[in-house]
Design a protein around this ligand. Structure first.
Ligand code: PLP
Length: 383
């Protein structure tokens, strides 16, 4: 967390007050929450009444997908959900749940080899039966390979047919220019812990008048769609991080991109057959993201070898019944399952320094050599 966010949260944790209570402490807590709402709204180009606080990106994605789907069943039921095939599981899993439990008909939209949405497929899926579409959900930027999606075109295509759009902007906040009003999206997800705020705080930014059926029922907080006592300390710390993320973004995006470019150059120098995934054009990818596949390696082995040398990264693969599965994002981009198993993502944030890139540059070559030896020795080698 950013020190400023820690300070705000710590101060608030020492105070008492439920923001829904009418007594003095409650009214004070309410002021904290409403000031935070204004700050976050300003940071994302929204109005304060459009901010619905949640426990993070996962909850905001669930509220958007389920809440919009259910709201669009009134009158003429609209069963179709159009969604990109590279979404985070916080979108994919509620969509699959709706298909299984609520009769949703899911239309997955493919991506090209850089991970960018195929707009023609989206347009065709919309045109097939525009009145039967409940919602479109396409992320602003991908969390694994960092590819930025053409959100303006997605919104224009969906709105031509009167279909609402949700976009998961968890990765975009603080890294890319983000303006909810200008984007035209109907709702947008953000999460505090990606910008130096606390884990367990986030928001769904939902335009005024957008109908959402609540996922969670209770005291009727947050426009009646997200019941639960407000977490004033987390919300305040989130607002501090959001303000700083917006203020510092132009300069920090350049700094992150320089670190990322240094890391890409160092990895390719040490491992010439490593493949950079996602958009090689810096304008088309998140400044803080570098993603590679390392032929002949298991990503998990590489991860542990790098971790032992103080370099912490991520594979993006999920584990099912103890067996690593290739990332659905890479598979959607046409990467073969064997190659996808050798994937690693390096992310840079506000605490990353050039010494971190140096550590990666020193560790990656020996780690790949060892992981390849282990891979060759293992039955069912990944080559
Ligand atoms: N969406 C994306 C694109 C993410 O990267 C993440 C977290 O990594 C989430 C949603 C989930 O957010 P949270 O961890 O706040 O629940």
């Amino acid at each position: 967390m950013l020190p400023e966010a820690v300070e705000a949260m710590t101060e608030e944790l020492g105070r008492v007050g439920n923001a829904s209570s009418l007594h003095t402490s409650g009214r004070r807590a309410r002021r904290v929450v409403e000031e935070a709402r204004e700050t976050i709204a300003a940071a994302v180009g929204a109005g304060p009444s459009e901010v619905i606080f949640t426990s993070g990106g996962t909850e905001a994605d669930n509220l958007a997908v389920k809440g919009l789907f259910w709201a669009r069943q009134a009158g003429r039921p609209r069963r179709r959900i159009i969604v990109s095939s590279v979404e985070h599981h916080a979108v994919i899993d509620p969509v699959e749940w709706l298909a299984k439990e609520a009769g949703a008909d899911v239309h997955w939209i493919g991506v090209d080899e850089l991970g960018r949405l195929r707009l023609r497929e989206l347009e065709a899926a919309l045109a097939e039966d525009p009145d039967g579409v409940a919602l479109v959900s396409v992320m602003w930027a991908n969390n694994e390979v960092g590819t930025v999606q053409p959100i303006a075109e997605v919104v224009a295509a969906a709105h031509r047919h009167g279909v609402p759009v949700h976009t998961d902007a968890v990765q975009a906040l603080g890294q890319l220019p983000l303006d909810f009003a200008a984007s035209g999206a109907d709702c947008l997800t953000v999460s505090a812990h990606k910008i130096g705020g606390p884990i367990g705080a986030g928001a769904l930014i939902a335009r005024r008048g957008l109908e959402l059926v609540p996922v969670q029922h209770g005291g009727g907080q947050e426009r009646g769609v997200r019941s639960g006592t407000m977490d004033a300390p987390a919300v305040r710390a989130f607002s501090v991080a959001a303000r700083l993320a917006a203020e510092r973004r132009p300069e920090s995006a350049l700094r992150l991109a320089a670190l990322r470019d240094g890391a890409v150059a160092a990895v390719l120098a040490a491992v010439p057959d490593a493949v950079l995934c996602g958009d090689p054009d810096p304008a088309g990818r998140l400044p803080g993201n570098a993603h590679f596949t390392f032929p002949g390696c298991e990503g998990d082995s590489l991860l542990y070898l790098l971790d032992a040398r103080g370099v912490e990264c991520s594979t993006g693969s999920a584990c099912q019944a103890g067996v690593p599965q290739p990332s659905h994002v890479l598979v959607a981009m046409g990467v073969g399952p064997g190659v996808a198993r050798g994937a690693l993502r390096f992310s840079f944030g506000h605490s990353s320094r050039s010494a971190d890139v140096d550590a990666l540059a020193a560790a990656i070559g020996p780690a790949v050599t060892r992981a390849r030896r282990a891979g060759l020795a293992a039955p069912g080698s990944v080559r």
